[in-house]
Design a protein around this ligand. Sequence first.
Ligand SMILES: [Zn+2]
Length: 89
Amino acid sequence: MLVVAVLLVTVLMRVAIVCAVAYLLLPPDPLCPHCRSTMLPIRNRVLDRLLPAIQRRWCLECGWNGVVRRGQARPTRTAAPPAHRPTIS
Ligand SMILES: [Zn+2]
C-alpha cells in the first residue's frame, strides 16, 4: 500500500510541475506577444470558472488569439499625445 501512495504522490507532483511550467510559459500580460498591442478578452464562462488564473485574448492589430495569464492591465504602447505641439505661424 505504501508503494501505491508513493507512486500516486509522484504522479501528482509531476502534474503540478507540468501545470506550473505551462502557466509560467504563458504570456504574462494583456499585450500581444507579436505586436505588443492591447488585446481584447474573450469571455468563456467555463474557462473563467475552471481556470480563473488564465484568460483567452484576441489581438485587434494582428489577429493573434490565445491564452495568457490574467493580470494587472498595463499601459498600452499607444503613443501619448505630445505635451508641446509647435505652432506654425
Ligand atoms: Zn498582435
